[in-house]
Design a protein around this ligand. Sequence first.
Ligand SMILES: [Zn+2]
Length: 421
Amino acid sequence: MTNHTKTAFAVLAVAGFTLFILTTFVPYPPAKAAALDAGFSESDIATGLDYLLERRFFFWGRTLIDLGLLCALALTPVGRHWGDRFLAWTGQRRIPAALLFGFVYLLLSEIVYLPFGIGRLYHARAWGMSNLDLADWLREHGLRLGINLVWEAIILTGFYALLIVFPRIWWLLAPVGASGLAVAYAFLSPILISPLFNDFTPLEQTEWRDLQPRVQALIDKADIPVREILVMNASRQSNHTNAYFTGFGSTRRIVLYDTLLKKHTAEEIESVLGHEIGHWQHDHINKGILLGALGMLAGCFILDRFLRAAWRAPWHLQGPADPAGFPLVVLLVVLGGWLSMPLGNVVSRYFERQADQASLHLADQPDAFAAGEKKMARDNKSNVAPAPWNVWLFSSHPTTVQRIRMASEWKETSAADKKRQ
Ligand SMILES: [Zn+2]
């Protein structure tokens, strides 16, 4: 290892260890007080914290081994060595060599992942959160792996083709291409990918069809072209309760988990639906793709500078499109992902707050909103007393306590408004 890579490795190790200690072991008592204040019991809080703590060990264990593998490939002469071998096997053709590298890396990272994935499954089963047996889990996991393989081959081919054909301005073009792929994925995923894992039935054809008039009233009030509200048989996999808005253009739809419909009152379901309609009204999928492209532009520019500087040891790259740089690209993308995660989550939490506000306006049932949030947090064994630094880093949604508080504040202001009228 050169001095440069040794320093990089040491900085990574110290930063990773500090993050692990901070996010796993450092408590934050005011969050617990706020959760008690919002109506959660000591045992709700302890359950959420314990479940999360145990899951964090799987997460950090896997992250550690994954990053170790990546560093061993990216910061040592191994990348150059393997790159040369793959180039020799493919007759010096860079795209097939990069695809081969990508395939070998995916295989290695899969070997690392598998024990953690199985461990997580048994852990979730022990906590009553998963309904899958090992055979079903393996089948779904294999299916997901196959989809990833196809998807990553498309991305890698496009990426290296851009590097080869437009070596100077590839970083300007890559975000445009990626946005196109993101739109294609958003469009296809609800009709091609999701049905491989679950059944989706129109609400009016399920045992919850009585909800349809209420749902329609909500949609009419929001004035959005919702064609389909679908019920997903999520109970096949787990007891998680959730709902989501997905798709692009004509495949846009709102999906409700059957677990949610089984456990919640009609008023609570209206509030959850109002939240998903809020995402639709605010056009969050399109905005997310656009913001992602902007972030990617910055990321690709920095990646370009790194790849141009990597002509020296241990990489000896013959230019950005040299397949020997593949592990370096992945390492930088992973690190970029970690660095940009807090910013991405700030945006996501902003979108989620907008959707919550829309729900409160549409459904106009702040008490049901708060009750639904509370029930969901309990059923999903959520951590209702997270430390603020964990929220900044990891939370794509405002905390349950913040959401309950938002509902009660909304109730107060709307009562004051009504009085004034
Ligand atoms: Zn949401």
